[in-house]
Design a protein around this ligand. Sequence first.
Ligand code: ADP
Ligand code: ZN
Ligand code: ZN
Length: 726
Amino acid sequence: MPQASAPPTSQIQVLVHTPAYSQMASALSYLSSEVPPPGTLVRVPLGQRELLGVVWDDSPAQAQQSTVEPAKLRPIAGVLTSLPPLSSHWRSLISFAASYYQRAKGEVALAALPPQLRDLSQVQLGRKLKKLAKIANQPTPVTTGVAADTTAALQQAAVAAPHGVVLSAEQTVAIDQFRNHNGPFLLFGATGSGKTEVFMHCTAELLAASPQAQALVMVPEINLTPQLEERFKARFYSLYGMEAVVSMHSGMTPAQRLNSWLAAHSGAARIVLGTRMAVFASMPQLKLIIVDEEHDPSYKSGEGARYSARDLAIYRGHLEGAKVMLGSATPSLESWHHSRPAPEGGRYHRLEMPSRVGSGQLPLVRRVDMNHQPKACIISPPLLAAIAERIARGEQSMVFLNRRGYAPVLQCTDCDWKSECPHCSAYRVYHKIDRTLRCHHCGLSERVPRACPACGNPDIAPMGRGTERLEEHLAELLVQVHRPDGQPVRIVRIDADTTRLKGALESQLAQVHAGDVDVLVGTQMIAKGHDFRRITLVAAVNPDNALFSSDFRAPERLFSLLMQAAGRAGRDSAVAGSSEMWLQTFHPTHPLYESLKKHDYPTFAASQLKERRQAAMPPFSFQALVRSEARTQETAQGFLNAASQAAGEQNDTAALLAHLTRYPAVPMGIARIANIERAQMLIESPSRAALQKFLNAWQIVLHQTRALPECKGVLRWAIDVDPLNI
Ligand code: ADP
Ligand code: ZN
Ligand code: ZN
C-alpha cells in the first residue's frame, strides 16, 4: 500500500515496549495524518495506556496488525516533533541486538530510552533542547588559562595532558598505534600502567579533530569508579564546558537520566560515561567507544535482553565507523583470543603496556601453604605478622573474602539441622549484627532461633566464615597491635551489607583514602578498580574454591579478581617498594597461582585457551542457554525437553541440528528460588551463524510448545545467548 500520499489515514509502524515473548514481537501499525521519518518518537495508545514509541521502517506487512483492517487501526496520540529522529545506525543497533539476543525489538528500543520522555510536554522538551542546542553550537571549546585563537593551538591544548604529565614510552606507543589503525583495539595494560591516561588522551585527540565528535566511555560499575568520572570531568570540563561530560547509569534519577540522554542525543554532550546501558545511548556523532575493564561480567545483562555491552560496543563501532578500544589488565579470554596476531586470525589490534607508570612496581605475590599452618586457622601466623608490621609502619592492608555475612550456615551441633531457606535450595546466611538468618536469593530474613527448630538443642553454631566474622576475628587478633601514634587499630568492612545506604560506600572509601583505616576487610567489591594509594598489602584469605569449580569460567574469573586485587597494592610508588599480595592456599603449586606470582596473564590465558580448545568451549564454540521456571522441576525440564524434541520434528529447525549439540535439561545451580523451580538447557555449536539461525527458528517452536496443555505450568522461559554462568 502506498504510504506517502494518503494524508489523514497513513499507516505507520511503531515500536512500543511489548512484553518480551508476547506474540507482539515486532512493530505495531497506527494511523497518522503525516508520515514521520523512521526514528521519530511518538506517543501511541495501547489498550487503556498511552506509550512512548519509535517510528520504525518495517513494512506494514512485517508489522503485527497486517491482518487488522485499516479501519480498526488507532491513530497515534502525538509526535515529539522537537526531537531529531533516532539515527539509522541506532535503529540498526537495536534491530541487531534484539535479533541476536532473541528479544522483541520494542523491548530493547524502549529500554534504551529514558521513560520520562513520554511525560514531558512539547513546551518543556523544547525548552530543554534549546538550552542544549546553545551548548552544542558553541563554535570553539571553552579554554581556560592562556588565550588560544588558532585551531591548531586549541587542538594542542585539548590533547596535551594537564599538569605536565609526560606520557610514558609505552603510553606513547599505544597512542601512536591507536592513531594509525582502525581497531578494534585491546589495550592490555598492567594495573597502574596508565590505561586511563591513554583513554583520556585518545578521547582528547578524537574530540579535538572534529568539533562535533562524541565519545562513549563505559565502566563496569560506575558507583565503584567515581574516580574515573572525576578524572574525565577534570580533564574535559575546562575544554568543552560543564555540559560536555555526562553520566548514564541505573543509579540516576529519571530526571537525571533524561537530561543526560538529551545531552547525548542533541550532541551537546561530547563524552558519555556510563555502565552497560550506555551502549545504547543515542550519540549521532559517535567516533570512539572505550570499554574499561572489559573482562568484567557486569557488562553482561542478567535480565530482560541479556546483552553483552562489550560485544555490542564492537558491533556498534563497526556499524558507525567509530573506533573501539577495550582495556584490561586481565582481558576476557574471548577478547584475548580475538587479539592474537593477525596471521593467526586475530581481528583486534593488541596494544601492550606491561609496566607500571613511573617507578611503581607490581606487588610481590606470596603464597602461604595452608597445609603447614595451624589447623583451622583463618589468618595464618605469617600473614598476621605481615599485617601487624604494616600497621606499625602506618601503612594500610586489604583483606578480602568473597562471602558476606557472618557465617554462610548455622548448624545444630546435635542433629542435622542447618539453616536452609524454606523457599530456596540454599542456606540462609547468618548475620550476627542484627541476629538474622537471611536468604541471599529470595530475601527471606528471620530472627535467629533461640534453639534448634528440629531438636530444641540450644547449641546452634555458625559454620564457615563471611566478611562480618572475618572482621571480628581480625579485631581480636590485632587487639595488641598499635598504630605509630599509639592508637588502636582501625578496621573497616566494605561489602554489600555495609554499603546499602546511599552515600555509605563513598564515605567509607573516603575514610580509606584519608588514611583513617588500617585494615580494610571486604568482598570482591573492594578488589576492583579503586585507586587506593596507601595500601601496601592485599590478602586473599580463601581463594581456592574457584580452582575446582564446575563452571569452566571460574579460573578465568579468579585469576582476574586476584590480579585486580593485587593491582590495589603499591599504587603509590612512594610506599610501593615492598608491596605484597598474599594468597592463603592449600594448593600453592597450582599453575594458576604460578602464573599469578609472575603477573603472567599471557601464560595463564594460553593454558586456559588450550583447555577450552580441547573441550570445544567458548571462544572455540558458541553457546546459548534456555531457562525455564515452573512450580516443579518436572514441568520446567519437561518443557525444555519437549521443545528440544519438537526442534527435531520441524523442518526449519531439524535441518540445522547437524551443526549443534543439544544437551538434556538440567536443574540450575540453585534449582529453587522463592519456591520456583528453575531448569536450563544448553545448546552449543562451533558456528555462531548456525546457532543464531537455529535460535531464530526455534523461538517459534518454543512458543508453540509452551502453549501445549502439558506445559501450562511453565511460568517463564528465556534465552540467554553467550551466557556467562552455566
Ligand atoms: P590504570 O588505569 O592502568 O590502572 P591509571 O591510568 O589509573 O592506570 O594510572 C595510574 C596512576 O598513574 C594514576 O594516578 C595516573 O594519574 C598516573 N599516571 C598515568 N600516566 C602517567 C604519566 N604518563 N606520568 C605520570 N603519572 C601518570
Ligand atoms: Zn538440632
Ligand atoms: Zn530463599
